[in-house]
Design a protein around this ligand. Structure first.
Ligand SMILES: [Zn+2]
Length: 88
């Protein structure tokens, strides 16, 4: 973890949620909950810990779905090219 201050370019039409510990802006509550649970794990209370767990679960489900889709595309491409090779 770095203690270096970094500035963030937030588009003017966005209303970010900011971390109450370090001031870093995030696009939504879920990303903020993940940040709090990772970076400020020692400082968070039970409610914020529960929010982190829920956001982590949602992120894990989404990642699993993405991996399944990527695998399906890979298998389709493999067998598609195999059929093209067999025919041509
Ligand atoms: Zn923070």
């Amino acid at each position: 973890m770095t203690t270096e201050r970094t500035s963030y370019d937030v588009p003017p039409d966005r209303t970010p949620v900011e971390c109450e510990y370090c001031g870093r802006p995030f696009e939504n509550e879920g990303l903020l909950a993940l940040h709090r649970g990772r970076v400020h794990a020692a400082a968070v209370d039970d409610e914020e810990r529960d929010a982190y767990d829920a956001a982590y679960e949602a992120e894990t489900r989404e990642l699993r779905r993405f991996r399944l889709k990527a695998l399906a595309v890979l298998i389709l491409a493999y067998f598609g090219l195999l059929m093209v090779y067999a025919v041509v």
